[in-house]
Design a protein around this ligand. Sequence first.
Ligand code: ADP
Ligand code: GLC
Length: 478
Amino acid sequence: MQQLITGMEILHVAAECYPVAKAGGLGDVVGALPKYQNMLGHIAKVVLPMYRTKFLYENNWEVVHKSGTSLGNWWFEYTIIRESTNKLGFDLYLVDINGLLDREKVYGYDDDNERFLAFQIAVVHWLNSWQHKPDVVHVHDHHTALIPFMMQSCYDFQRLRNIPTVITIHNAQYQGWLGWEKSNLIPRWDGWNWGLLDWNKAINPLACGIKCAWKVTTVSNSYLEELRYNSNGLEALFEYERGKSSGILNGIDTDVWDPATDTYLDKHYSVKTVDEGKQANKEIVCRTFNLDIEKPLIVFIGRLVGEKAADLLPRAIEDALFYIGRKMNFMILGSGEPHVEHQLSSLQNPYVGYYNSQIGYNEKLSHQLYAAADFLLMPSRVEPCGLNQMYSMRYGTIPMVTKTGGLKDTVKDFGEPQGYGICFDHPAVGEITHAVYRAVELYQQETKVKNIRKKIMQLDFSWNTSAKKYLDLYESLS
Ligand code: ADP
Ligand code: GLC
């Protein structure tokens, strides 16, 4: 059996991949999973759009393919380049489509639908020219979810129809909807298969990926269960496709996320030196952001959107400081909905010394905060997996989370036997405030906190187990 999977060739196609381009956890996963698959003796490669990122300019590239194809009536040339030193631990290919993909941001343009459609068409067009085909094509989220359909239903790509495909759903909220008037943008396809593209009278790339991929995975078991009754309109589809769906919990890249070597940190530490190490990092952060070093530091890092319940933060923070008293510090790092950004910035004045925020995306500061914080707050309404809580634990920071999705699968309340986090049932202001109260109380119990820190730093959230689960899944398709 083992023989069969040795040296499988896996092609990951995605919109993000750390450190090339990252907007959130998708980037972290696509930057790590292939590396671990390669370490297990396989050949995993990644293809993503050629955005105009720092990584592009600071590395060496070679052109591996040049061709042209069309997006509806628009003929476009595309170029595939490969990073020439294999510095990421896997072959990285970027697709350059002049004017369409080579922009600074990953998402957020009016023509995002067309951009990702052209990207997918170029990838499939290129793949069609390969002499030796990969053993599996693994796509991630809606930006790449039309690929399984194109491989099976587009006349020009019939050579690809027997290659197994897997789709991983990192977030089902976003589905990439397209009006049917755009159906001509997809390369000539078998009209009998229109039902594969359609969901509620629109082309729904995510739904189409779920229907067409040979296997569907979600990034935690609990999320898979939740999708059957809460998936932004796809509930019936998830119920129908249960047979080919499974949950595989994300791992974290323990090379990148290691407080003993993290290049973003001024003070390194390990399990043995966690208390001094965290104190030193906390001092730096508290000095920089004018916070009180004596008080427990509670941080939030993430996208300021409804799924993360970021809208509840301003009120919860004010309530906590009012009802519990100024016994804690808060620090927020995030960007997202403008009104939430504004509210979180406005709290700075009234609560100088106890509260601060940094609006924007800052990779370095995120690492510093995971190291400096005593607690990490994640009151998410929906959390398919969540990486922040795993990073925080690796850095000895106690997570405070709602019992949902991957948070439920990775954090156990300290009130339970063998527990180590703070969990609450619902993303509600009162429950967040109560969790803050519990954090403040826990912080007083120094020995308990020290023991929890040591314990969570040693929990195994590495990719080793999950990378093997994906390989077993691919193997089941061969
Ligand atoms: P999601 O992908 O839903 O945003 P995850 O928990 O899976 O949530 O991953 C979020 C990733 O993005 C983590 O690596 C986190 O540290 C990072 N991140 C989120 N917001 C910011 C920010 N403003 N600055 C730096 N890193 C951020
Ligand atoms: C998504 C989810 C997040 C998950 C990440 C990586 O962005 O919102 O929960 O951890 O993808 O799979």
